[in-house]
Design a protein around this ligand. Structure first.
Ligand code: DC
Length: 235
């Protein structure tokens, strides 16, 4: 059971989903996939190649054939032997270092609302889970990508606490940014991600809520481990 387990972790931006997901993957020796990194990779490709990105209000009748562009995009993952973590490869190039910038963060919600983009990413994500043994985080993993996941966690935290965490991370990386810019990005993405037509961010009915506003990393991991143990007892 454990090695084939599929765990879906969804939730709002900058909730610490990937930190928890990575720790769980390590604990269970299973694969971790950051589905947001895939949407970020597509966004990078669009920006580098001047592919038009529609605003939410233009989305319905935006005159552009995304299918042919998407056919040129190949996204895979490669494990970094030093960290043991999967890194995103876009058409053969490791793009990990480029996809966390504010420029990408500002466009990624627009790109991830495009129907053809979602269809392709969901297919790729489902393929990663073909053999089980996977923890994947994102916005629609428990609702659309793996509706039959063994365990679904829905993470949330106070938006100001999330923005402060993100702000500290960016400043530590040397990014010049104000807290107001980070708040606006976090709140804006929450809104767009949960109001889009195609698989909006929402809690799956059978997901367990983890509000980590006042929990440290260890407490969050313990919370998820306890839920995994309950599954084992049930088997
Ligand atoms: O997890 P993240 O912040 O890196 O995700 C970046 C964006 O990608 C997020 O604002 C919405 C989108 N996304 C999505 O629509 N569906 C997913 N499963 C994962 C991310």
């Amino acid at each position: 059971m454990q090695s084939r387990i599929i765990i879906a972790i969804d939730g709002f931006s900058s909730c610490g989903k990937s930190t928890v997901a990575k720790a769980i993957a390590k604990r269970l020796s299973i694969k971790y996939i950051d589905s947001g990194a895939m949407y970020r990779a597509v966004t990078l490709y669009f920006m580098r190649n001047d592919i038009p990105i529609p605003d939410p209000e233009e989305l319905n009748d935006f005159p552009f054939d995304y299918l042919s562009v998407l056919a040129d995009i190949n996204i895979t993952f490669k494990v970094n032997p030093e960290t043991g973590l999967s890194e995103v490869i876009l058409n053969g190039e490791n793009i990990e270092q480029f996809i966390r910038s504010m420029e990408i963060s500002e466009q990624v919600s627009h790109v991830s609302a495009i129907k053809a983009v979602r269809k392709k990413m969901v297919e790729l994500q489902q393929r990663e889970g073909n053999h089980g043994g996977l923890v994947m985080d994102g916005r629609d993993i428990g609702t659309t990508v793996f509706p039959n996941a063994d365990l679904k966690i829905f993470m949330k935290a106070d938006p100001m606490i999330r923005a402060e965490r993100r702000f500290k991370e960016l400043v530590a990386k040397g990014v010049e940014i104000t807290i107001e810019e980070v708040i606006s990005n976090v709140v804006g993405r929450d809104y767009e991600d949960s109001h889009r037509v195609e698989s909006p961010l929402r809690k799956a009915d059978d997901a367990i809520v983890l509000d980590n506003s006042h929990l440290n990393q260890e407490e969050q991991v313990d919370f998820v481990v306890k839920e995994i143990e309950k599954l084992k007892v049930g088997c």
